[in-house]
Design a protein around this ligand. Structure first.
Ligand code: FAD
Length: 421
């Protein structure tokens, strides 16, 4: 069956979904092709725009004030401040009141599960009562069976970071017993459906286990497992039982906040009429007269061409496999776009483990319309645009800018693709 669209977006992370929505807004028919779950499965669900300058100055109170410190090849410098604001506005439309932070340009400082505070531009409503600018005392609650959140240690780290409140941590047993390898989704389900525990619901039983440790704390933080579909009810019930505000601390994989955000993004695609082909990998492409005419998708061993007039490459960075590295070098595996990098692998790293490693900025080099360029500066293809982690020039992990870069480049690449047809 021949697939024919105006625009095809490859990649289903923040960048690809936002690019697809932006292309659809131009009136184009759009299909998004994605292989596996995106890095949102691992990510915190926070939307960082810019937390630190390249010289590690920060945390920045206002991400927009740090833009001038970025190198010229940085994707933010390529798309400009308006595109960053547009990316955030698109995000705000998608998530509605599920997220906070839209009322101000300032970064919020959100506690992490390690007890650091992270500068971020948008954070889930469920994390809102935990922000570090609030001076009310905080109790952090960990569970004996979940070793990746040490509540007392996180509280000590917050104190050491100089937060303007007292943070205490306590470890308790989750009221319902699960297998030792149970995932956060199992804990969330017990709270979502308020499963019975000895004659009362899990929510009430959890509050009863926390209550003796409250000691006047105005807010109580749990690892992010407080329900999924019924998360607002779960938090409201815990707040009513405890008489304190309740918040979630973003956690590592699998990350419920990341998965919830993925659901919101895909709901928005459905609403905008974007076609979605998931579970199959794009493995090649066809050209016609210097333009990409199709991407080839491997569907259970059968190679199917998906035709379109314009394409967006949003396959992610090194983690998402949009960029591949081996002893031979660094490649963009789908279109074989040019990725500048030193020949000698020893020059990809610096000695200091936390230093400014060149490999972190590897990616395609975009022109001003976000088309990947060849070594001579010309666009690889007239009708191929790039967004997100596959675009080079930013050290997103050190700067704390990953999702902001994906949003800003996503809106620009998607619109450019839609407008080009
Ligand atoms: C552990 C972790 C924590 C993070 N925490 C934060 C955070 O706190 N704040 C923040 O702002 N950002 C964070 N991020 C970054 C953020 O989640 C994204 O990685 C980043 O915005 C890049 O998004 P992307 O859409 O470009 O790529 P990805 O999220 O990597 O998505 C790429 C998609 O493309 C698909 N794909 C790749 N190749 C193909 C192919 N050939 N065919 C079809 N599909 C393909 C992949 O399966 C995937 O779905 C974190 C990332 C990680 C890994």
């Amino acid at each position: 069956m021949a697939i024919e669209e105006d625009v095809i977006v490859v990649g289903g992370g923040v960048a690809g979904t936002v690019a697809a929505l932006s292309a659809a807004e131009t009136g184009a028919s759009v299909r998004l092709i994605t292989h596996k779950k995106s890095t949102l499965r691992h990510a915190s669900g926070l939307i960082d725009v810019l937390g630190y300058t390249p010289d590690a100055d920060g945390p920045l109170a206002d991400p927009f004030e740090g833009l001038d410190s970025l190198p010229e090849e940085h994707p933010y410098r390529v798309v400009g401040e308006d595109a960053i604001r547009e990316g955030l506005a698109t995000f705000d439309d998608i998530v509605g009141d599920e997220y906070h932070g839209e009322h101000t340009d300032a970064n919020a400082l959100v506690p992490t599960h390690g007890g650091a505070v992270k500068p971020t531009a948008r954070y889930p409503k469920a994390a809102a009562a935990g922000v570090a600018s609030d001076d009310r005392d905080m109790l952090l609650v960990g569970f004996a069976s979940m070793t990746d959140f040490e509540a007392s240690l996180a509280a000590d780290h917050l104190d050491a970071a100089g937060v303007p409140f007292e943070a205490r941590g306590v470890t308790i047993e989750f009221p319902k017993r699960f297998r030792a390898d149970a995932k956060v989704t199992r804990f969330a389900k017990a709270l979502d459906t308020d499963e019975d525990v000895g004659g009362r619901g899990t929510r009430e039983a959890l509050a009863a286990a926390v209550e003796p440790h409250l000691d006047g704390a105005a807010r109580v933080g749990f690892p992010s497992l407080l329900g999924d579909d019924h998360r607002h009810e779960v938090r409201a019930d815990l707040e009513a039982y405890l008489g304190a505000e309740v918040f979630e601390v973003p956690m590592g994989p699998p990350s419920l906040p990341g998965l919830r955000l993925e659901d919101l993004l895909f709901d928005a695609l459905d609403e905008a009429g974007v076609g979605i082909s998931s579970g199959n990998k794009a493995v090649g492409y066809e050209t016609d007269d210097g333009e990409v005419s199709a991407v080839i998708v491997d569907r259970k061993g059968r190679e199917i061409p998906y035709h379109a007039d314009a394409f967006v490459l949003a396959t992610g960075g090194l983690v998402g496999k949009g960029i591949d590295s081996s002893r031979e070098g660094v490649r963009e595996p789908l279109f074989d776009c040019y990725i500048p990098h030193p020949d000698d692998r020893y020059d990809w790293f610096v000695e200091d483990a936390f230093g400014d490693h060149p490999f972190t900025s590897f990616g395609v080099v975009p022109d001003d319309r976000l088309r990947p360029t060849r070594a001579d500066g010309h666009a690889e293809f007239e009708n191929l645009f790039a967004a997100g982690g596959v675009v080079g020039g930013a050290n997103v992990a050190a700067e704390k800018s990953a999702s902001g870069v994906s949003l800003a480049t996503g809106v620009v690449a998607g619109r450019a693709a839609g407008d080009s047809i």
